[in-house]
Design a protein around this ligand. Structure first.
Ligand code: AR6
Length: 174
């Protein structure tokens, strides 16, 4: 199946698009968001700023996605999405995390992009338990792959322990 789990710094991947685990402002932050903005250069922030605000400070509501060029990154595009903050699991977190992955791939299809690398969305500052997030993320990506067989997806973990969690979730689906 064209779904690989790797341990890497996502900013180094030369794919069609990398996914950013952003916040609703799309104006940068810590974690993978900060790393992507540093590696892409200041033009990325300018491109994000130019996206329309749906409410004061909100350029991308939780669960949705927006696309910008990748600028200085080896990836051609950045697809920004905003994962849910974990509030215990009964606040719609799984549905929102699923919709992040689906909306990213919807944008990818619209732009004719095949090779997409995802970070572990919501698994850092937003506190989503990694094993639960992995089941949602990989279940959704597998489902999308059954509809769109030309996609080539990478789940990019930043640490070996995180890769182990994601690999176990994938193995349990086989
Ligand atoms: N490459 C791949 N994965 C990374 C990298 C990297 N360079 N750096 C961190 N990670 P987080 P969230 C992993 O906190 O939980 C930001 O401030 C990290 O180890 O980046 O969705 C935004 O602006 C973790 O496993 O994203 C938001 O405010 C995963 O990426 C908020 O954090 C996601 O961790 C979003 O929180």
């Amino acid at each position: 199946m064209p779904l690989a789990i790797v341990t890497a710094d996502i900013t180094t991947l030369a794919v069609d698009a990398i996914v950013n685990a952003a916040n609703e402002t799309l104006l940068g932050g810590g974690g993978v968001d900060g790393a992507i903005h540093r590696a892409a250069g200041p033009a990325l922030l300018a491109a994000c700023r130019a996206l329309p605000q749906l409410a004061p400070g909100v350029r991308c509501p939780t669960g949705e996605a927006r696309i910008t060029p990748g600028f200085d990154l080896p990836a051609h595009w950045v697809i920004h999405t905003v994962g849910p903050v974990w509030h215990g699991g009964d606040h719609g977190e799984a549905a929102l995390l699923e919709s992040c992955h689906r909306n990213v791939l919807h944008l990818a299809r619209e732009h004719g992009l095949r090779r997409i690398a995802f970070p572990a969305i919501s698994c850092g500052v937003y506190g989503y338990p990694a094993a639960l997030a992995a089941a949602v993320a990989l279940g959704t990506l597998r489902d999308e792959l059954t509809r769109e067989r030309t996609l080539d997806l990478v789940l990019c973990c930043y640490s070996e322990p995180m890769r182990t969690v994601f690999q176990a979730a994938l193995d349990s689906m086989m």
